[in-house]
Design a protein around this ligand. Structure first.
Ligand code: NAI
Length: 322
C-alpha cells in the first residue's frame, strides 16, 4: 500500500532500548526496515550498575526478525557517551536518520528530602542525555538534510506529580529543548517532537494500578512514535500524550491578558489586583510558534500612544504563549 510507513535504508538510534518502551520502538522500527543502534546501559531502575545483556538481547531479537542492529552500551549521561552512540551508528551503517531519546531512570523523593545527587542524576540522564546524543546526531542530520528526533517528556513534567520535582523539571526541560531545536532544524528538514507515554514498564510497575498495568502495553505508544519518525510526517515542535490507544496533543497556551497602566510608568500591585480576573482569563488562549511571535503580539497589544489612565482596554491582538 502506498501509505504504508517504511524505514528502509534508514538508520535509527533508540536510547534505553534494552527494555520497556525503547525495546518496542526498536523492534517496530526494525520490522519496517530500519537499521538499529540499540543503546542501553543495562543498569537498575535508579540508574545504578550496568550490563551488556539488555542491549544484546534486543539486538538478537531484531536479528531474528531478519533486520540489522548493533548494540551500544554507552551511557547517554555524558558527552563522550552520546558521541560514542552516534559514532556507532555512523560506523556500522553510515548515517543517522532517527534519534529516539528514551533512556530514563527515576529517583523519586519529595523536595524536602531530595539530595543534590538525586536531582543531578535525573537531570543528567534525561535532559543532558538528550543533548549529548542529539547534538552529534543533529550534525549528521544537517549534512544529510534529513532527520527525525523524538524526546520523551512526561505527564509528570507537563502537569506535575507529587514526589518528582527532579524528574518533572528534566522532562519539561526537554519540551524547551524541542521548542528551540524545531527552529534550528527547520531548514534542514529535521523535525523534532515530544512524546509523553504511559506504559507498563519497570519504571511504572509500582506506580500504576495492577488492572491498568496489564492494559498499558508499550505497544500502544509505539505507533505514534513511529508515525512521528516517518518521512511522511511533517509535524514538528509538538507534544503528544500516548497511552492504551488514546493519543492527544498538549500545548502551552497563553490567554489574552490585559493592559494595565499607561505604558509610561509601571503599574502598581493594586492595579494588578484590580485587573486580576482579566490577567488570569484564559478565554481565547492560543499557542504561538516561537518567542518572537509571542512577544511581538504582546508588544503590539500594548499601544504606547494611549495616554489613558482609566481602565485599560483589552488588547485587540491575541497574546500568545512563549
Ligand atoms: P525502562 O526502565 O523500562 O527503560 C528505560 C531504559 O533506559 C532501561 O533499559 C535503562 O537501562 C535505560 N537507561 C537508563 N539510564 C541510561 C543511560 N544513562 N544510558 C543508556 N540507557 C539508560 O523505562 P520505560 O518506562 O520504558 O521508560 C522509557 C522512557 O519513557 C523514559 O524516558 C521514561 O522517563 C519515559 N516515561 C515512561 C513512562 C511510563 O509510563 N513508562 C511515563 C512517562 C515517561
Amino acid at each position: 500500500k502506498s501509505d504504508e510507513i517504511r524505514f528502509d535504508g534508514q538508520v535509527a538510534i533508540v536510547t534505553g532500548a534494552g527494555a520497556g518502551l525503547g525495546r518496542i520502538y526498536a523492534l517496530e522500527l526494525a520490522k519496517r526496515g530500519a537499521k538499529l543502534v540499540v543503546n542501553d546501559l543495562g543498569g537498575s531502575r535508579d540508574g545504578a550498575g550496568g550490563s551488556q545483556a539488555a542491549a544484546d538481547t534486543v539486538v538478537e531479537e531484531i536479528k531474528a526478525l531478519g533486520a540489522e542492529a548493533v548494540a551500544s552500551y554507552d551511557s547517554v549521561a555524558t558527552p563522550e557517551g552520546g558521541a560514542a552512540i552516534v559514532e556507532k551508528a555512523v560506523e556500522a551503517f553510515g548515517r543517522v536518520d532517527i534519534v529516539i531519546n528514551n533512556a530514563g531512570i527515576l529517583r523519586d523523593r519529595t523536595l524536602a528530602k531530595m539530595e543534590p545527587s538525586e536531582w543531578a542524576a535525573i537531570r543528567s540522564v534525561h535532559l543532558d542525555g538528550a543533548f549529548n546524543v542529539t547534538k552529534p546526531a543533529f550534525m549528521k542530520m544537517r549534512e544529510q538534510g534529513y532527520g527525525r528526533i523524538i524526546v520523551t517528556t512526561s505527564a509528570a513534567g507537563l502537569y506535575g506529580n507529587f514526589g518528582q520535582t527532579n524528574y518533572s523539571a528534566a522532562k519539561m526541560g526537554l519540551a524547551g529543548f524541542m521548542n528551540t531545536l524545531k527552529l534550528e532544524g527547520e531548514k534542514y528538514n529535521i523535525k523534532i517532537n515530544a512524546v509523553a507515554p504511559v506504559a507498563a514498564t519497570r519504571l511504572t510497575e509500582d506506580v500504576l494500578p495492577p488492572d491498568l498495568f496489564e492494559k498499558l502495553k508499550p505497544e500502544y505508544v509505539a505507533p505514534l512514535v513511529l508515525y512521528l519518525c516517518a518521512d511522511s510526517c511533517s509535524e514538528t515542535g509538538m507534544v503528544f500524550n500516548a497511552e492504551m490507544g488514546c493519543y492527544n496533543r498538549a500545548a502551552v497556551v497563553t490567554g489574552p491578558g490585559a493592559i494595565v497602566g499607561d505604558g509610561v510608568a509601571p503599574p502598581t500591585p493594586e492595579q494588578i489586583q484590580q485587573n486580576w480576573d482579566a490577567i488570569n482569563d484564559m478565554t481565547g488562549a492560543a499557542e504561538s510558534y516561537n518567542a518572537t511571535v509571542a512577544l511581538g503580539a504582546m508588544l503590539e497589544a500594548f499601544n504606547p500612544k494611549s495616554e489613558s489612565t482609566t481602565p485599560a482596554p483589552k488588547p485587540t491582538v491575541t497574546v500568545k504563549s512563549i
